[in-house]
Design a protein around this ligand. Structure first.
Ligand code: GDP
Ligand code: IMO
Ligand code: MG
Length: 417
């Protein structure tokens, strides 16, 4: 029987999902994105070469893997083609292996304008979005006024609906935000102008997945963002505008929940967050700067510096529950090398101002380098103790440990396939 494996970020994104989707798709026929958009930035390091993917699924470097984009993904068409062309320039054939659902909402220039204008007005209450128009595009979808990829092939309907949409949103841009409106031409240039190029890649993702499920193929479902950025379960309102948890798969690409066999939670050995919002274990001291510097914690999409803190096992326990996580993959363990002590937040105590105060378990760190370890027994005893501490706190087994950005810098404890 084929196996369907789900890859989900456990905290606020950038846990190393891209690296593990690349590793897992070696044994898969297809990989599917089911939510989010080009707010994602997934990094792969293969044969010394770094590739950052935003919309193209992270199985693309394996020539045998079909890469599907489900209806739950909001698509910026110019950014999609930019990415395709970059991959082609580095010698990767992509167009024949990409399949985009006609149900994907299209991100248009007014979505980006609205995203930016709202953030500006919020001032120090800003969400710290990626400025990609993600939220407004999902709003138009839910309001049932949005344009979808399939509409590009009915130009008359597309143009007239676009005109209505622009009228509506320009009113808000001009009268409420006192900012520049968008033009019809600029919107057409970012959408309809690509219709002919996009057409061969558009097809029935649901049917394709149905076929794969019935033909014993292995499929990887690639989550974007992280569980704590989920619009319902996350740290609202400091979240993204899609459901980022495993429950989003069925609605986001059309595979029923019974077909999902294994949920792999990707977790950093410490915690990071980019953008605003609560972060109970955030560190503002020397250790925080160590994590940012050694972990090279700058956003793959916007280049912003990421906030860093200790491992949050209290949040992880809840995340394991809401995703029904089967196993964990701990990434960036090497970044903790050389710290005197290491801590994980076991639970929160509610403070007098109702903020969450983390209660830590602290153990000795390790001084030897873990970079590029291939077996658990290659790790210093203290590093193994740290992994045990995480495993015991969460009650879920660790399947992989990652000690460097490269494909090979990986310890496989148990293969989910
Ligand atoms: P994603 O959004 O979850 O795919 O993660 P990102 O690609 O945004 O961020 C993860 C970053 O950490 C990337 O630069 C990876 O190359 C890098 N990375 C992944 N695993 C490891 C690891 O085990 N050690 C180190 N040092 N870097 C890693
Ligand atoms: P990957 O897939 C980290 C964050 C933004 C902001 C909030 C809302 O690489 O893990 P949005 O533009 O989505 O409306 O921004 O969500 N955010 C991410 N943070 N990794 C991501 O993706 C993110 N995608 C969105 O920084 O706080
Ligand atoms: Mg990322």
């Amino acid at each position: 029987m084929g196996k369907n494996i789900v890859v989900i970020g456990t905290h606020w994104g950038d846990e190393g999902k891209g690296k593990f989707v690349d590793i897992l798709t070696d044994k898969a026929a297809a990989v599917v994105r089911f939510q989010g958009g080009h707010n994602a930035g997934h990094t792969l390091v293969v044969d010394g070469k770094k590739t950052i993917l935003h919309l193209v699924p992270s199985g693309i470097l394996h020539a045998h893997v079909e890469c599907l984009i489900g209806n739950g993904v909001v698509l910026s068409i110019p950014d999609f083609f930019k990415e395709i062309e970059q991959l082609e320039k580095s010698g990767v054939d992509v167009r024949e292996r990409l399949l985009v659902s006609p149900g994907c909402p299209v991100i248009l220039p007014h979505h980006i304008f609205l995203d930016m204008a709202r953030e500006k007005v919020r001032g120090n209450r800003k969400i710290g979005t990626t400025g990609r128009g993600i939220g407004p595009a999902y709003e138009d979808k839910v309001a049932r006024r949005g344009l979808r990829v399939g509409d590009l092939f009915n130009p008359e309907y597309f143009v007239s609906t676009l005109e209505d949409n622009i009228d509506y949103h320009n009113f808000v841009l001009k009268e409420y935000f006192h900012t520049d409106p968008v033009s019809l031409q600029q919107s057409l240039d970012a959408s309809l102008a690509f219709a002919d190029q996009l057409h061969p890649m558009v097809g029935d993702v649901v049917e394709k997945l149905g076929f794969l499920c019935s033909s014993n193929a292995n499929i990887v479902f690639e989550g974007a963002q992280g569980s704590l950025l989920d619009i319902d379960q996350g740290t609202y309102p400091y979240v993204t505008s899609s459901n980022t948890t495993a429950g989003a798969i069925s609605s986001g690409c059309g595979v029923g929940p019974r077909y999902l066999d294994y949920i792999l939670g990707i977790t950093k050995a410490y915690t990071t967050r980019v953008g605003s919002g609560p972060f109970p274990t955030e560190l503002f001291d020397r250790v925080g700067s160590h994590l940012a510097r050694v972990g090279d914690e700058f956003g793959s999409t916007t280049g912003r510096s990421r906030r860093c803190g200790w491992f949050d096992a209290a949040a992880l326990k809840r995340v394991i529950q809401i995703n029904s996580i089967s196993g964990l993959c701990i990434t960036k363990l090497d970044v903790l090398d050389g710290l005197e002590t290491v801590s994980i937040c076991r639970e929160y105590q509610t403070g007098t101002n109702r903020e969450d105060l983390p209660i830590y378990d602290k153990i000795p760190g390790w001084q030897a380098s873990t970079v590029g370890a291939r077996k658990l027994s290659d790790l210093p005893t203290e590093a193994r103790d740290y992994l045990k501490l995480i495993e015991n706190a969460c009650g879920v087994p660790i399947d992989y440990v990652s000690t460097g950005p490269k494909r090979e810098d990986t310890i496989e404890v148990s293969n989910p396939f």
